[in-house]
Ligand binder design. Structure first.
Ligand code: AMP
Ligand code: MN
Ligand code: MN
Length: 343
């Protein structure tokens, strides 16, 4: 058996297969690291942190990439290991090993999905319960707070010690996906990992300020406008409540802002006490929206997202919605009642 069940995480056989896949690489092997489209802190942090560890362990021909435009979101443009990145068009067409980070399904790999077939071996590191089981060797642990938890364990099993650069990347990934240790997935193991990372001497205050607390003034004004149009729908989700807003490409243009500034918008909306579910629609094209959803627990938003073609976790999920904003919202509302957890 090469694959552990999605609910229990990797088996010892899975770990052994992953370790062997790296250890048996010849000295001139080409290794390609891929993370999901629109990379977030966990996607980039786990990929670059693992990449830096691999490089220290002697892998010389190493690339990291992600699908879509090759722009790293501003909050991550200082990460160690950015020199590993190449645009997707320049990625090895047939690497000896491909390693995927934080992607629940092949669709999240965009134009890079063919590497799963062209690569000599395909290793998948992830923590989505909805992971579809693509690739050949699966290190998928839905109990893990971030993909970086899995990446750090694999580095440890490869006897690659942490250094400050690797730790910085993994710390960014861990704090991003745990909401700076606020979310349910923040287990004792998460804090133990954080302690190992901090012990390398990294500075959590500097890291958090750069990732979470630095935005242009225009973004502050943009948030004012977009939060001002938020709506509370108390009857939605069988009375548990839905709060939502939207931001258009025109909003971004008027405030001269890049799309990344909207990533944290959901955090300003989801604090609404009167709603279990929060939702932000971010326009990405004509009649196309990147939808972010969060739940306080009564609704499993991953069910809504999966029903509408996306994915995610129980408390945080998303999908790409097509049509007008009201139309997309209507579809979300229709799915909410069926996604009550009963808790
Ligand atoms: P976000 O709201 O963009 O922070 O995304 C929250 C979670 O939802 C992510 O961790 C992903 O697991 C998932 N997600 C977001 N957008 C998509 C999508 N288009 N397809 C599949 N999963 C998604
Ligand atoms: Mn992610
Ligand atoms: Mn993640």
């Amino acid at each position: 058996m090469l694959s552990g069940s999605a609910s229990t995480g990797p088996t010892e056989d899975d770990w052994a297969a992953a370790v062997a896949a790296v250890r048996r690489l010849p000295a001139d092997a080409r290794v390609l690291l891929i993370c999901h489209v629109n990379p977030d802190g966990d996607a980039l942090g786990s990929m670059l942190g693992f990449g830096l560890g691999l490089r220290r362990s002697g892998v010389r021909r190493l690339q990291a990439t992600f699908p879509g435009p090759p722009e790293v979101p501003e909050p991550f443009r200082w990460l160690p290991g950015l020199d590993l990145l190449v645009p997707a068009v320049e990625a090895y067409p047939d690497p000896d090993l491909v390693v995927c980070f934080d992607a629940a399904s092949e669709s999240r790999l965009g134009e890079l999905v063919d590497r799963l077939d062209t690569a000599g071996e395909a290793l998948v590191l992830d923590h989505h319960a909805s992971n579809t089981g693509f690739g050949r060797i699966h290190l998928v642990d839905p109990r893990a707070a971030a993909t970086s938890v899995v990446a750090e364990e694999l580095l440890a099993r490869l006897d690659v010690p942490l250094d400050a650069d690797t730790a910085t990347c993994l710390y960014v990934a861990l704090t991003t996906d745990t909401g700076s240790f606020r979310f349910e997935a923040t287990t004792p193991a998460v804090h133990q990992l954080a302690a190992r990372l901090l012990a390398t001497g990294i500075r959590p205050g500097d890291i958090s300020r750069r990732v979470f607390d630095t935005r242009p003034f225009g973004a502050v004004r943009l948030f004012g406008e977009v939060l001002g149009r938020a709506r509370l729908d108390r009857a939605a989700a069988a009375g548990r409540g839905l709060v939502w807003t939207y931001a258009t490409l025109d909003d971004l243009a008027r405030h001269e802002q890049q799309p990344y500034v909207l990533e944290s918008l959901i955090d300003s909306v989801r604090c609404t006490a009167e709603a279990d579910v929060a939702c932000v629609l971010k326009q990405v094209g004509v009649d196309e929206w990147a939808v972010s959803m969060r739940s306080k627990g009564a609704v499993d938003v991953s069910r809504v997202a999966i029903a509408l073609g996306g994915g995610g976790h129980r408390f945080a999920a998303g999908f790409t919605g097509r049509g007008g904003a009201q139309e997309v919202l209507g579809r979300i509302r229709a799915e909410l009642d069926g996604a009550l957890t009963g808790s």
